[in-house]
Design a protein around this ligand. Structure first.
Ligand code: NAD
Length: 472
């Protein structure tokens, strides 16, 4: 995390060049309070709008994200995060899908119901917006992660206070601006910078009724503790350590292609990135030969250049951390194969294959969060299953196999929230996405992704008699 102090200016640095893109003032406690005031004030009328009218605003945001304006935003995302421009465009398209999906879902599901379940009693069940939602997000998907929180929040009728990462502030702020042009003044209020100060102020305000967080497990744990003391519900989407298994009957070409996406998409900075690759010993050499070739062929360069497959990692500190991890694994006996990356002042890390790292190495056991693929082989599937169970993370997993049914059965034995058989991109707005254990609490996506933004009131109604009818 960048070093940011409440009230002081901080620099947003471009990862490809090391140059300053902008200086931004970090939010203060007062900014945080003003944001809640604005969101709560605007929510009073927003929640009263008929659902189809709210949904229409969400669809208008989706259309903007798909327009020329969205394409301009993708350029900012690529420059600020280092991901390639086509990946930034894909992120914008996915974000638009979240707005359309929650517009449709709210339209179809948010109606009051009257239940006739007990003789002589009518039960009225109303879903209402829970209150102001605090949305706190990481840098690696600065538009789509906020989108999958803000879209259901708005659909439910909530106001939103939003603190994006200081490492992707320009992208997230531009996205919030785009949304705001379709929303009542103040409904979506963004505050930059100092997390503990800003989020602390929000958790102390009783109008904030939900903390919807994505980020590292360490930050999530600290925030969950604070939210717990305030009895504020949380949704926490945290770090991952996804296993990627190649079974003996897998098509090794397809498995290598799938891993290249599961590992190197977004420069390897994805919570569901393949973290621990396991290849069956019978296909090990064939698989590794293909991987070496693919890793060597990856072009790392300017994220705005069409020819680049990977850009820089987010910061120089990240580059140093990743180099140290590769060095430590090599010292521990692993074989290292590297592609090429530019030199110079940017945060460059060559795409890297680390073969046979010891299973006890701390780097193998942690989330690597960068363009480094660690591969071990196995004889019995019990070994990767035990390794996955050996850490408290439980977000994603992948299996490559010629027998999709047994692949899905194998995944059912794993304690993870989202998984793919022969596919590297299992998430889509229509399905629940969430981690278990140290990977989080609750879900985004699907109908369950709307649920945290709703409070329910059930009223039992029995026909009354007027005083005059009772003979009193
Ligand atoms: P981070 O935890 O450093 O920061 C995330 C957000 O929390 C930022 O806005 C930051 O300013 C804020 N923050 C950090 N500490 C805080 C505190 N004490 N109080 C209040 N706010 C605080 O994470 P990051 O480096 O931006 O993102 C990378 C991490 O996020 C990885 O671990 C990755 O796996 C995880 N992630 C998870 C998912 C998911 O859906 N499960 C998605 C993307 C990223």
């Amino acid at each position: 995390m960048a070093n940011v102090r409440s009230g002081e200016a901080f620099a947003v640095v471009e990862p490809a060049t090391g140059k300053e893109m902008a200086r931004v003032a970090a939010g203060t406690e007062r900014d945080a309070a003003t944001a809640v005031e604005a969101a709560a004030g605007a929510m009073a009328s927003w929640r009263g709008l008929p659902v189809p009218r709210r949904s229409a605003r969400l669809r208008a945001i989706a259309a903007r994200l798909r327009s020329e304006e969205g394409r301009g935003l993708a350029e900012t995302v690529a420059r600020e995060t280092g991901k390639c421009h086509r990946e930034a465009l894909a992120e914008l398209a996915l974000s638009a899908d979240y707005f359309d999906y929650y517009a449709d879902l709210a339209h179809a599901t948010l109606a009051d119901r009257a239940l006739a379940v007990r003789e002589g009693i009518r039960h009225l069940v109303r879903g209402e917006p829970v209150g102001v939602a605090a949305v706190v997000t990481p840098w690696n998907f600065p538009v789509s992660i906020p989108a999958r929180k803000i879209a259901p929040a708005l659909a439910a009728g909530c106001g939103v206070v939003f603190k994006p990462s200081e490492l992707s502030l320009l992208s997230s702020r531009a996205f919030a601006e785009l949304c705001r042009s379709e929303l009542p003044e103040g409904l979506l209020a963004t505050v930059a910078g100092d997390g503990p100060v800003v989020v602390g102020a929000w958790l102390a305000d009783r109008r904030v009724r939900l903390l919807h967080f994505t980020g590292s497990t360490a930050a999530g744990r600290a925030l969950a503790r604070e939210a717990g003391a305030a009895l504020t519900p949380v949704v926490m989407e945290l770090g991952g350590r996804a296993p990627f298994l190649v079974l003996p009957d897998a098509d090794v070409d397809h498995a290598a292609d799938t891993l290249m996406v599961a590992k190197f998409r977004n420069n390897g900075a994805s919570c569901i990135a393949a973290n621990n690759v396991w290849v069956h010993e019978t296909v090990r050499e064939a698989f590794l030969a293909r991987l070496r070739k693919r890793v060597s062929a990856l072009v790392v360069g300017d994220p705005l250049d069409e020819g680049s497959a990977l850009g820089p990692v987010r910061t120089r500190e990240e580059a140093v951390r990743l180099e140290a991890a590769v060095g430590a694994l090599a010292d521990a006996g692993a074989q290292v194969h590297r592609g090429e990356a530019p030199g110079g002042p940017g945060a460059w890390v060559p795409p890297t294959l680390v073969i046979d790292p010891p299973a006890a190495a701390p780097e193998w056991r942690r989330e690597i969060f960068g363009p480094v693929a660690m591969v071990r082989s196995f004889a019995d599937v019990a070994e990767p299953l035990a390794d996955a169970d050996g850490t408290a993370h439980g977000l994603a997993a992948y299996v490559c196999t010629g027998d999709a049914t047994s692949g899905a059965d194998l995944l059912a034995r794993m304690d993870v929230g989202i998984a793919g058989v022969n596919i590297a991109t299992p998430a889509t707005p229509e399905v629940p996405f969430g981690g278990r254990g140290d990977s989080g609490i609750g879900y985004e996506g699907g109908a369950v992704g709307l649920a945290p933004f709703l409070a329910h009131q059930s009223v039992a109604v029995v026909p009354g008699r007027r005083a005059s009818e009772s003979g009193a």
